[in-house]
Design a protein around this ligand. Structure first.
Ligand SMILES: *Cc1c(COP(=O)(O)O)cnc(C)c1O
Length: 475
């Protein structure tokens, strides 16, 4: 399998070459040259695999359609080591439960950091360790986080050979629970840097370091952001697992509703659907930051500036620009790299928007690709959390609540699966506002706030961060 760039760059690459890379050299995102097709017989085989051997075996089957530069036995071992009951809490890994009639919930958030990013990041950690060892290389991951992504990356990379993580976060601005999750890690390869500033200061530092090409090369600086194809690929697996749990025969269809920010999660659903998984609709649920809902309603994609990016109670969806959206648009415009380059490198980058409303391709988003969308606000979130708890005895987090709210607007005859992207304990303040009680806390997190913390506090100064990286790499 070869991978191409959405902006038409000539050279195609194999999986392990793009694994450790970010964007393609022309600024595009990587996609496979074609989506492997799952016919009825193959889907039946996958159904049997999940039933008899479990999620890790299913993951191996799907991944091996896209990865041909890791020996099968090694890839199988990587999947087996990643998707365990020990790490994800259940044998099903992503159990599907009923909420209300044919409205179902697929739990993706029982990993180490209680958010769906663990599903992909845990695999990435093992793939990185494997590939770096094979090449005899090392990697220093530098990141900025306001909570979720940073902790998922740290829990994926902790103790991994050949990898160090330097994670900046705004000092004193994460919730006590989030700080405890990250700062209690005592692994030597994990470095928490609390920056005296806001999240944007952290991001600026990461950008400045990455733009110092000599430093970046000397210290092998890398990232783990959501445009990484391996992360997306790992997510394709749970669309299959959700479908197979919700159906008894391949003649049945299901729909998915996905709480969305950077379009990474639902883009994996798009890939699964393109492979032939019988998905009726893919419903994008946004919060008040509704650039994606606006696009699917109108055909206009208009990114927002910082002043119009709202801080909401589903903060992991607070985006102004959806970094994975280009992958879907590339397919939508008939995989035309020049056109995609024009839409993103000219339209989005220079004018902050593009307009496909008059383009015949826009109709395909719904008609051919099954997309629909909706939006949920703080008031909707509170009402949905309350209703779900009172009528069904189920406590859901704020992001999942956005999904449930929007899913109810798109119910059809087929099962509708809402992806549960986090657990309520991570967003305690909003749960209290909705339910007037504390959220349930999984036992393994009792007392986490009292554990010793490993973090250095630093001014928002690029040179100090560079000095820390250089010092750490010396020893
Ligand atoms: C990251 C995240 C999302 C958004 O996922 P995207 O892939 O960016 O669309 C939704 N919910 C939670 C809890 C998240 O952490």
């Amino acid at each position: 399998m070869l991978y191409l760039s959405t902006r038409g760059y000539a050279e195609q690459k194999r999986f392990c070459d793009i694994l450790l890379e970010g964007l393609a050299p022309d600024g595009g995102l990587y996609l496979p040259v074609e989506y492997p097709q799952i016919d009825d017989a193959k889907l039946t085989q996958l159904r049997n695999t999940l039933a008899s051997q479990g999620y890790a075996a299913l993951a191996f089957e799907i991944l091996s359609l896209y990865i041909d530069d890791i020996p099968a036995a090694d890839l199988k071992a990587i999947c087996a080591k990643t998707y365990t009951r020990e790490v994800f809490g259940t044998d099903a890994i992503v159990p599907v439960r009923q909420l209300d009639g044919n409205l179902l919930i697929e739990a993706l958030s029982n990993g180490p950091t209680l958010a769906f990013k663990d599903m992909a990041m845990q695999l990435l950690g093992n793939l990185f360790e494997y590939e770096l060892a094979r090449r005899g290389e090392a990697l220093n991951i530098l990141g900025a986080t306001s909570g979720d992504t940073g902790s998922a990356a740290e829990y994926a990379m902790r103790g991994k050979k050949g990898v160090r993580v330097f994670m900046t976060s705004p000092h004193g601005r994460m919730s006590p629970f989030q700080q405890a999750q990250m700062f209690s890690l005592q692994d030597e390869n994990i470095h928490n840097i609390a920056i005296e500033g806001v999240f944007d200061d952290c991001q600026d530092i990461v950008k400045a370091v990455s733009n110092d090409h000599a430093f970046k090369a000397k210290y092998k600086i890398g990232t783990v952001n959501s445009i990484n194809w391996a992360r997306l690929l790992a997510q394709v697996v749970y669309y299959f697992a959700g479908y197979l749990q919700a159906t008894k025969s391949n003649a049945e269809k299901v729909s998915f509703t996905v709480p969305s920010g950077n379009f990474g999660n639902i883009c994996a659903g798009h890939v699964a659907r393109q492979m032939g998984l019988p998905i009726a609709k893919l419903v994008v649920a946004t919060n008040e930051n509704d650039v994606l809902d606006e696009f699917f309603r109108t055909g206009i994609y208009q990114v927002r500036g910082a002043a119009n990016t709202y801080e909401t109670s589903s903060p992991s969806m607070d985006i102004s620009k959806a970094s994975n959206f280009e992958r879907f648009v590339f397919d939508l415009v008939g995989r035309d790299g020049a056109r995609t380059r024009q839409l993103f490198a000219e339209g989005v980058a220079k004018q902050g928007k593009f307009d496909l409303s008059a383009d015949p391709a826009f109709k395909d988003a719904a008609a051919k690709y099954g997309f629909a969308s909706g939006k949920s606000t703080h008031a909707d979130r509170l009402a949905t959390i309350k209703d779900t708890f009172e009528r069904f005895g189920q406590m859901i987090d704020t992001h999942t609540a956005d999904g449930v709210k929007v899913a109810r607007e798109h119910l059809g005859a087929e099962p509708m699966i809402v992806l549960e992207t986090a657990l309520p304990i991570k967003f305690a303040a909003t749960i209290e506002e909705a339910l007037h009680r504390q959220p349930d806390r999984p036992a393994k997190f009792n007392g986490i706030e009292d554990l010793p913390k490993r973090v250095v506090v630093m001014a928002a100064d690029v040179e100090q961060v560079k000095a820390l990286i250089a010092d750490t790499c010396k020893v």
